[in-house]
Design a protein. Structure first.
Length: 605
């Protein structure tokens, strides 16, 4: 109906004022003001009249036209408020829902545009953790929302598989593992590799303590800043373990066959383990990039920048890029004096590779907020190096997510890994479902608890704007009566049960005049807003708009259902039909909306 009124006003202005203009329509917060409101300020400049005069003139024209679906028109100052006939409104929305069903809410605003969304970006020296869960859930949902808006979407994962941190795991496994494998240990590959990363840190700490003791250093009297300076200037340069790791990195970069074989072995274990976690989260990627491949590509562009005078070389042989001092402060190192690359070099190479592969209009990087300056610098360097579509680069920054202390176990003792998190969420969901005495077989219970657990986890994360820091409360996220994923999933299952219980009613020849309550009309308004909510979520890269909307829809349906004068199941068929049509429409929107959050909408719970 909003589009119909928008087209009507647009045509009216063209006919009567000989001007073509876009039309912005609002939904009044106060019901008594009408169903739609047209702020006439938007027409003042092109029509060269006051908004109040324009509002009065358009009202007169509409009154004369006697539009069949318009019930009442009034103007308040410069706002033209329109009430429409409820039966026409209900019928139109129901037809839109049923004609599109799985695609209701979708649009083509991104038609013929390609967006590449890079997310996850794990290190292959440890398993995915709680922060990765937020990254993956956010990146996956933003990808789905863009697809729903008509974009060609590619989901990319940049695997950080090189660098000193990777060599730490490799070296520790080589020195201390006695040939342990995922098969012999019973550990997932990523957990096994992560085990040796922790062992490296433990051995390094032991070496540091020995160094302090041998050199008679009173570490207890140092400030934290002094301790960090001591490590950087005295211990790290003299650490035998770190020097072995640095030597392993040099061998890796020079192509030493033995080092590369060791790297391939541990890399496969780590990636196979993470792929299992992705599968459990319902995450799939279209393209994998590896920093072990892209860093050389980045070197090429840096050297080209040196030839063009964009970059410069210092006396020690290191290569830097000049940046505007006012905006960035310092220039940026791109190649070390020994020729090895830094993270920025790798990101430059990956960025150019992605544009060569996809020639995308938008390139989205889903990376934590601590990297905001890094991406500001990266995008400036891409501009300087001549990346044609650098303006389409966007850093989707997200904040910290933590758990209440002591709520979750952690295999490594310092971070909560994703597998532990999902396992415990599944257990909590199963306990909640069992407490409700639902008649499920063991297999059904397992399937449904997994659906509910993932729904709880994903919704809790996605209800927040990406930059918001928050504490994830596993118990609160499972609450079937709170502002949670399971509450919305349960509402969907409740509607399914209602529709299945009245399966002899065909939703045709429906008399929508029978829908008269405020609760019914509020639901109708929510249903029409769905496409705009998706577009808004897409434009702002903000899943919280959609998450909030789905909760409002579920809550409003439950209010409507509980306030029915007579239970729908007990009504006469002609009374049932419009209410079932309304319920069915809510089910379709809940299904589609949850899908865009990466959440399954169950038929039973």
């Amino acid at each position: 109906m909003r589009k119909k009124i928008e087209a009507l006003i647009k045509e009216l202005i063209k006919e009567n004022y000989s001007i073509e203009t876009d039309v912005k329509i609002d939904i009044p917060e106060m019901v008594e003001h009408g169903d739609f409101s047209i702020p006439c300020f938007q027409f003042a400049k092109p029509l060269k009249k006051s908004p109040q005069v324009i509002c009065s003139e358009i009202k007169t024209i509409l009154d004369d036209k006697k539009i069949s679906y318009i019930q009442e028109i009034n103007n308040v100052n410069a706002y033209l408020n329109i009430k429409v006939k409820k039966s026409d409104y209900f019928k139109e929305i129901f037809e839109q829902v049923t004609n599109n069903k799985n695609k209701y809410g979708y649009s083509d605003i991104g038609k013929n545009q390609t967006v590449l969304i890079e997310f996850s970006s794990p290190n292959t020296n440890k398993p995915l953790h709680l922060g990765h869960v937020r990254n993956n859930v956010l990146g996956n949902s933003v990808s789905k929302i863009h697809e729903a808006c008509g974009y060609n979407v590619a989901k990319a994962n940049l695997i950080n598989d090189r660098g000193i941190h990777i060599c730490k795991s490799m070296l520790a496994w080589k020195k201390f593992s006695d040939g342990e494998t995922p098969q012999s240990s019973g550990l997932k590959g990523d957990h096994l590799v992560g085990k040796y990363y922790v062992i490296f840190d433990k051995k390094l700490k032991e070496e540091e303590e020995e160094f302090i003791k041998t050199n008679n250093i009173d570490f207890s009297k140092m400030t934290d800043l002094e301790k960090d300076k001591f490590k950087e200037e005295q211990f790290y340069p003299n650490s035998k373990l770190l020097e072995e790791a640095r030597e392993m990195l040099r061998k890796w970069e020079s192509g030493d066959s033995e080092t590369l074989e060791l790297w391939k072995k541990l890399d496969k274990w780590a990636v196979d383990g993470m792929d299992e976690t992705y599968k459990n989260l319902g995450i799939k990627f279209d393209k994998y990039y590896r920093e072990s491949q892209t860093y050389m590509h980045g070197k090429k562009y840096v050297l080209e920048g040196l030839e063009k005078g964009i970059c410069y070389q210092k006396e020690d042989g290191s290569i830097w890029v000049s940046l505007p001092k006012k905006e960035f402060g310092n220039d940026k190192l791109l190649l070390r004096s020994d020729g090895t690359s830094v993270y920025m070099t790798q990101d430059i190479g990956t960025s150019f590779l992605k544009h060569e592969d996809y020639n995308m209009d938008k390139s989205v990087y889903v990376v934590g907020s601590e990297q905001e300056y890094h991406f500001k610098v990266l995008f400036k360097i891409l501009e300087l190096l001549g990346l044609e579509k650098y303006q389409g680069c966007y850093h989707l920054s997200y904040g910290m997510i933590e758990l209440p202390e002591g709520k979750m176990k952690s295999r490594e003792g310092t971070v909560v890994d994703a597998d532990d998190l999902m396992e415990e969420m599944n257990d909590k969901a199963k306990e909640e479902i069992i407490s409700r005495n639902r008649p499920f077989t063991e297999e059904e219970l397992g399937d449904i608890s997994n659906i509910v657990a993932l729904g709880a986890l994903k919704y809790y994360i996605l209800q927040y704007s990406s930059k918001t820091n928050f504490i994830f409360d596993p118990k609160a996220s499972i609450d079937f009566n709170g502002k949670t994923g399971p509450y919305i999933q349960y509402t969907h299952a409740r509607i399914s049960s209602l529709i299945n219980a009245i399966d002899n009613v065909k939703l045709e020849n429906i008399d929508f005049e029978r829908l008269k309550s405020p609760e019914e009309f509020y639901l109708l308004k929510l249903l029409e807003q769905f496409p705009y909510i998706i577009q808004k979520s897409c434009y702002y890269y903000n899943t919280s708009f959609l998450a909030e909307y789905l909760y409002d829809l579920a809550s409003s349906f439950n209010t409507f259902y509980s306030k029915s004068d007579v239970k729908i199941k007990e009504m006469e068929i002609e009374e049932q039909k419009p209410r079932l049509a309304l319920a069915y429409s809510c089910k379709v929107v809940l299904t589609n909306g949850l899908e865009l959050l990466g959440i399954t909408a169950p038929e039973r719970m």
